[in-house]
Write a protein that binds this ligand. Structure first.
Ligand code: FAD
Length: 396
């Protein structure tokens, strides 16, 4: 049995992009597929129906090496590339898009600490995060600042050797469950985006509390809550990166996050498409299987084509991020916009082709439609993806 996805030959602790052999890459994806098929897919409907957050399963994902996929190995990370991560998230999402997407957000947090944290911060948080014995949350959005994230109002005021954080973070994935919250807060009221700093806030800090569990259309297996900071005092050593660098850190994390969410859309939609290609052979109408009808075949052909195009865009963007290409943020935005729109459309079409059965919970298709819908909204809405792409195109 495969116990970890870490490739045997990969022993360096350098944050370089490793070059895996084809055999290593195939072995990793086999292990992830096995995990998705046996540990996620059989439970996904029940977790969705009961809003159950499967901590134990996530611990096993950590054992497999999925808690810090592109985190350095000296703190338990797996040290893989963004391209490998995209392929991994696509496999995971075939088991359960909601859990795959939570693992993706957790990985984003782990990467932020690995990349911008000092040695003390890395060694304090990353062994637990990479093992997924502790979870991470990313706290940017506020009730008054979503798409316009630089408008956040949560304040961080210096008081001796501490900062005092006050404000409300909205829609926080893993809220109430995470061990550490990366909170973007304003250290300079007059400096716009450059007045924002990132802080590491442990879950047990006095003054930190959580709103009620949000009741959502999908993503029910992972909790979403407000994170409320009421004069939360953290030592000055909790600053992640430099003072005033928080917005830049938050945006750089989202580049990779968008690839992962896009990959989760691909995985969920591929699962729905595979169910549909099987179903059209089984379902007879007017004396013949649906598969005999050209309209059905054409629809399936379009679904497969859209997904293939989206996958190519996601892989290109992941490669651009690995290569630190100057236009990587634009490519990530393109991939996120296209793949999450295509993923939702394909899943929704799969539901349509199942007729009334597609609308039933037991078939699983309607869950995928609900789960993928939010991918068009979060980590920057798809309208904001167009803003990012447009700015780069026009040199603004
Ligand atoms: C389930 C879930 C989980 C989430 N998890 C997290 C998390 O873990 N951490 C976190 O920080 N945030 C999280 N979010 C927040 C998410 O990133 C925001 O909801 C998203 O960025 C949009 O912000 P908003 O909801 O305030 O919408 P708004 O910004 O109010 O936008 C409303 C509409 O206006 C459009 N719009 C806004 N500005 C423009 C413009 N300039 N041009 C054209 N159209 C525009 C938007 O595209 C959207 O359609 C989560 C959200 C959800 C639903």
């Amino acid at each position: 049995m495969v116990t970890t996805i870490a490739p045997a030959s990969h022993t360096t602790s350098a944050p370089a992009v490793p070059s895996l052999t084809e055999e290593e890459r195939a072995a990793i994806l086999d292990a992830v597929r096995d995990f998705a098929q046996h540990e996620l897919e059989p439970h996904a409907l029940e977790w969705d129906a009961t809003s159950y957050f499967p901590r134990e399963t996530l611990h096993r994902a950590g054992d497999l090496g999925l808690g810090g996929i592109y985190v350095r190995e000296d703190v338990g990370g797996t040290g893989l590339s963004r391209s490998d991560a995209a392929a991994i998230f696509e496999e995971l999402a075939q088991g359960d898009p909601a859990i795959a997407a939570y693992i993706s957000i957790h990985n984003m947090v782990a990467w932020m600490i690995d990349t911008y944290g000092d040695e003390t911060q890395r060694r304090t948080w990353l062994p637990a995060l990479t093992a997924m014995t502790g979870f991470g949350s990313y706290c940017l959005t506020e009730p008054g600042a979503g798409s316009d994230a630089a408008a956040i109002a949560t304040s961080a005021i210096r008081s001796g050797d501490e900062y005092v954080l006050t404000g409300v973070k909205q829609f926080i994935s893993g809220g109430g469950e995470a061990a550490v919250y990366i909170v973007m807060a304003r250290t300079d009221a007059d400096a716009g985006a450059r007045g924002i700093t990132a802080f590491l806030v442990p879950a047990d800090t006095a003054g930190l509390s959580f709103g009620a569990l949000e009741h959502k259309m999908g993503w029910n297996a992972q909790p979403t809550r407000q994170v409320i900071l009421d004069e939360v005092r953290v030592p000055a050593s909790s600053v992640l990166g430099e003072l005033g660098q928080g917005f830049k850190i938050a945006m750089s994390a989202l580049d990779g996050g968008r690839i992962n969410i896009a990959a989760c859309s691909l995985g969920g939609a591929q699962w729905a498409l595979d169910r549909t290609t099987a179903y059209v052979h089984e379902r007879f109408t007017f004396g013949e299987p649906l598969a005999e009808k050209q309209a059905v075949v054409f629809a399936l052909a379009d679904m497969a084509t859209e997904l293939r195009a989206a996958r190519a865009l996601v892989r290109d963007a992941a490669g651009a991020l690995d290569a630190k290409a100057p236009d990587a943020p634009m490519q990530c935005a393109m991939a996120k916009r296209f793949a999450t729109d295509a993923g939702f459309a394909v899943a929704n079409q799969a539901l349509q082709m199942h007729g009334g059965y597609g609308y039933l919970h037991d078939y699983g298709i309607e869950k995928v439609v609900r789960d993928l819908r939010v991918h068009q909204i979060l980590e920057g809405t798809n309208e904001i993806m167009r803003v990012i792409i447009g700015r780069q195109l026009l040199g603004a």
